[in-house]
Design a binder for this molecule. Structure first.
Ligand SMILES: C[S@@+](CC[C@H](N)C(=O)[O-])C[C@H]1O[C@@H](n2cnc3c(N)ncnc32)[C@H](O)[C@@H]1O
Length: 327
C-alpha cells in the first residue's frame, strides 16, 4: 500500500501530471520536456526524478541523451496510464502541451526528412560504411523460410534494397516509406532490376495504410534506430502478419557513436536484445534466436520473431542458399 500511496503523492502536482500526460505520448528528452512546459531545466529534472522514484516513469540513458517514458513495470505503469486516462481531454493547459509536443514532433520529422532528402541517392553508399552488407543480407535471408512466403512487407524500404533481394523468392513484395524521395529512388531501382512483383507506397510505419494479417513476412531493416516509438513500430509490424508469419528486425546493437545521432538523424544508438524481444512479446510474437554480426565499430543484430499459429515452414539453412538469396 505504501508504494501506491507514494506514487499517488508523487503524481499529485500539476506539472507532474502534465509530465505524465506528455510521456504517455512517447519517449521524450529533458530538453524537449523543458521546451514544452516552459519551466527551467533543474525544475523539470526534479519533477522527473520524483516521478521515476515513485515508479511512474522510466528513465534511460543513451550516450549524452536521457529519455523518459511511462513506466513499463506492472504497477507503476498501470497507475500512470490510469491517471493519464482520467485527465480531461479538453483541459486548456494539457491541450497547449499537446500542441507544443506536436510542434516538436514536426520539427523532428522535418529534420529526419531533410536528412533523407539530402541522402536519398547516396544511402546505399552510406550504409556500406557501417556494415558488411552482403553478410547481413545473407544472414537475413537465412532467417526467413525457404518456401511459402506469398506476401512480403518491407517497412522503411528506403532505396528498395530488401525488395530487390527477396522479390525472386516471393509472390508479391511491398515496400513502405515515409520519404517520397526514397520511394522515388526505390522505384528507379526496382524498374532497373525488372522486379515486376514489387511495389512501394508512401506510409508511416506507426500507422501502416494496410489491412491487418495480410503478409507472411515483414522486414524492418535498419529503420528502427530512427523510431521515436520502436515498440509501436514492432506492434504495427505484428499486426500485419498472418498467423505463422515471420518478422525480421535488423539493426545495431547498443553503441556510443553519438555522431550518428547528430549527423545522421539516428534517434536510438542501437538496441539491446531484451528491448527488441520484449517489444515482440508485447506484440504477441514469439522471439527466435538472435544473431550478432560483430563489425568495426558497429555490431549488427538480427532479431527474428514469429506470430503463433499457421503451419511451420522450413527455415533456410544451407549457406549456398544464403549466397543465392542475398546476391
Ligand atoms: C536507413 S534507411 C533503410 C532503408 C532500407 N530498409 C534498407 O535497409 O535499405 C531508413 C528508412 O526508413 C524510412 N523511415 C523513417 N521513418 C519512417 C516512418 N515513420 N515511416 C516509414 N518509413 C520511415 C526512411 O525514409 C528511410 O528510407
Amino acid at each position: 500500500m505504501e508504494q501506491v500511496l507514494a506514487a499517488l503523492r508523487a503524481a499529485a502536482e500539476p506539472t507532474r501530471l502534465r509530465l505524465l500526460a506528455l510521456c504517455a505520448e512517447g519517449e521524450l528528452t529533458v530538453s524537449e520536456l523543458t521546451e514544452i512546459l516552459g519551466q527551467s531545466q533543474p525544475r523539470v529534472s526534479r519533477h522527473l526524478k520524483l516521478l521515476c522514484e515513485a515508479g511512474l516513469l522510466d528513465r534511460f540513458r543513451e550516450a549524452s541523451w536521457v529519455f523518459y517514458r511511462l513506466a513499463e513495470r506492472a504497477r507503476g505503469g498501470a497507475l500512470a496510464r490510469l491517471l493519464v486516462e482520467l485527465l480531461p481531454p479538453n483541459d486548456a493547459t494539457l491541450a497547449l502541451d499537446r500542441e507544443r509536443l506536436a510542434q516538436i514532433k514536426r520539427q523532428r520529422a522535418e529534420q529526419a526528412a531533410a536528412y533523407f532528402r539530402a541522402n536519398a541517392a547516396q544511402w546505399d553508399r552510406i550504409r556500406s560504411l557501417y556494415v558488411a552488407e552482403h553478410e547481413v543480407e545473407a544472414a537475413l535471408a537465412a532467417l526467413l523460410p525457404r518456401d511459402g512466403i506469398r506476401d512480403l512487407l518491407d517497412i522503411g524500404t528506403g532505396t528498395g534494397r530488401m525488395l530487390e533481394i527477396f522479390a525472386p523468392k516471393v509472390e508479391r513484395a511491398l515496400g513502405i516509406d515515409l520519404s517520397r524521395e526514397m520511394l522515388a529512388v526505390a522505384r528507379v531501382n526496382l524498374e532497373r532490376s525488372e522486379q515486376r512483383n514489387c511495389s512501394v507506397r508512401l506510409g508511416d510505419m506507426y500507422q501502416l495504410p494496410l489491412p491487418g494479417a495480410s503478409f507472411d513476412a515483414v522486414i524492418i531493416h535498419q529503420v528502427l534506430h530512427y523510431a521515436e516509438r520502436p515498440g509501436q513500430v514492432i506492434a504495427e509490424a505484428a499486426r500485419m502478419l498472418r498467423p505463422g508469419g515471420y518478422l525480421a528486425v535488423v539493426d545495431f546493437a547498443p553503441h556510443d557513436l553519438e555522431f550518428l545521432r547528430g549527423e545522421h538523424a539516428h534517434r536510438r544508438l542501437g538496441f539491446t536484445d531484451g528491448e527488441i524481444t520484449g517489444w515482440c512479446r508485447a506484440a504477441g510474437l514469439e522471439p527466435g534466436d538472435v544473431q550478432h554480426l560483430p563489425g568495426e565499430p558497429l555490431t549488427v543484430s538480427l532479431w527474428p520473431a514469429r506470430r503463433p499459429g499457421g503451419a511451420e515452414a522450413s527455415p533456410r539453412a544451407a549457406s549456398s542458399d544464403h549466397q543465392v538469396a542475398a546476391s
